[in-house]
Design a protein around this ligand. Structure first.
Ligand code: NAP
Ligand code: MG
Length: 401
């Protein structure tokens, strides 16, 4: 008998190689065991064009309604894609649209297997990166300044008040640059809530670092809002769960992360998160082994792989070649959604299926059967490495499952 659950999961199909993997995963691993109850949205570029991107907005509304979604990687169009797909418009990134609709934060964590050692070997547990995805230098206003100028920040209130604060004066013939950035209390608060909500779900500590000693108003606001949200809304629940929130200066935070064993959520301001997520992903070994989940402040979850549509492999697939594209992060997007649904419905069978499927994926790799990207970096005593196609890999996982 297949495993059932009652409330639908929002399923968002995508593009190119990951679209192909999506159907293979459903056919080989999910449908044989689970009575799939999904509300289906095709976010493939062809359908986004056909629906004037309405389908993306509808999918975002559905995630809000049902609370759990799983998304395949999608193309974010650029000029070349507009040409390739004969698009009427350069549609926005679906991920950006969904993130804005949910006011959510993206959490990224590596999938760890024996045989792929992080470049920092004491990182024996995954580090989850939470990047604040609003404002700061990404929504800045900047200017190049000629010499002979007084530069200041100025604020004009609707009630007529006006504030000016000097930035710098430039002497005659002395050029330079200035920039203004902003953030919103509401966005910082939503970020903090998403981080603590996710921490409770994962039963992991939250570390947050900023530069409040230097930036006594701007960065300090982040520190204050995190402290306030924690104290008022999460401290009791987190303490009861045996986890905690810790703030430290960003430079101290970086040093402690490097010395740590992993196993916590690292909350970062927008720029810090941009930089540190690339460092952490690389240190763990492979982009194809990175999971990603968007969490809204009120606890809606959308799961996906962190990688893109793997275009180069798709062109080979179109020529009829069997590709060795790693499906693991996409499988884990499904297991993440199942595990979440299992929690909301107290459904032990579904939870057990999610855990077993993850185990089967990992065991298959640890036994030596894997896709090419992993075969290139895998090393384990007594294990012979066999690089196989996506399809053969999924068949091996199905056997173990
Ligand atoms: P990508 O699809 O992540 O692929 C970059 C390269 O990384 C691939 O060519 C491949 O290297 C390797 N790779 C990534 N995932 C892999 C996997 N599962 N198995 C094996 N190798 C893997 O990034 P991209 O080429 O920059 O972007 C392609 C398209 O994806 C773009 O249209 C972009 O807009 C979209 N994208 C979507 C998302 C999303 O929906 N979340 C995220 C990022 C990008 P080799 O070719 O060397 O094997
Ligand atoms: Mg980056």
């Amino acid at each position: 008998m297949k495993i059932k659950y009652s409330s639908p999961i929002v399923e968002m199909q995508g593009d190119e190689m990951t679209r192909v993997l999506w159907d293979m995963i459903k056919e080989k691993l999910l449908s044989p065991h689970v009575e799939l109850n999904t509300e289906y949205y095709d976010l493939g570029l062809v359908n986004r064009e056909k629906t004037d991107d309405e389908v993306t907005l509808a999918a975002a509304r559905a995630v809000k309604k049902y609370g759990v979604g799983v998304k395949c990687a999608t193309i974010t169009p650029n000029a070349q894609r507009v040409e390739e797909y004969k698009l009427s418009k350069m549609w926005l990134s679906p991920n950006g649209t969904i993130r804005a609709a949910l006011d959510g934060t993206v959490f990224r964590a590596p999938i760890m297997v024996k045989g792929i050692t992080p470049y920092i070997p004491n990182w024996t547990k995954p580090i989850t990166i939470a990047r604040h995805a609003y404002g700061d230098v990404y929504k800045n206003s900047e200017l190049s300044v000629d010499g002979g100028a007084e530069c200041s920040l100025c604020v004009d209130y609707a009630d007529g008040r006006s504030i000016r604060k000097p930035i710098a004066s430039f002497a005659d013939g002395e050029g330079g640059v200035i920039q203004g950035v902003h953030n919103r209390d509401s966005s910082i608060r939503a970020f903090a809530r998403s981080c603590f909500t996710f921490a409770l779900d994962k039963r992991q500590d939250v570390w947050f670092g900023a530069k409040d000693t230097i930036s006594k108003t701007y960065d300090h606001r982040f520190k204050d809002i995190f402290a306030e949200v924690y104290e008022n809304e999460f401290k009791d629940k987190m303490t009861a769960a045996g986890i905690k929130y810790e703030y430290s200066l960003i430079d101290d935070s970086v040093a402690r992360v490097i010395r740590s064993g992993g196993g916590f959520i690292w909350a970062l301001k927008n720029y810090d998160g941009d930089v540190m997520s690339d460092m952490v992903a690389t240190a763990y070994g492979s982009l194809a082994m990175m999971t990603s989940v968007l969490v809204s402040p009120d606890g809606k979850y959308e799961y996906e792989a962190a990688h893109g549509t793997v275009t180069r492999h798709y062109y080979r697939h179109l020529k009829g070649e069997e590709t060795s594209t790693n499906p693991i992060a996409t499988v884990f997007a499904w297991t993440g959604a199942f595990a979440r649904r299992a929690e909301t419905e107290n459904n032990a069978a579904l939870g057990k299926f999610a855990a077993s499927l993850e185990r089967a994926c990992i065991d298959t790799v640890e036994s030596g059967v894997m896709t090419g990207d992993l075969a290139a970096i895998f090393k384990r005593d007594g294990v012979d490495v066999k690089a196989v196609s996506s399809s053969v890999y999924l068949d091996e996982v199905a056997k173990r499952l």
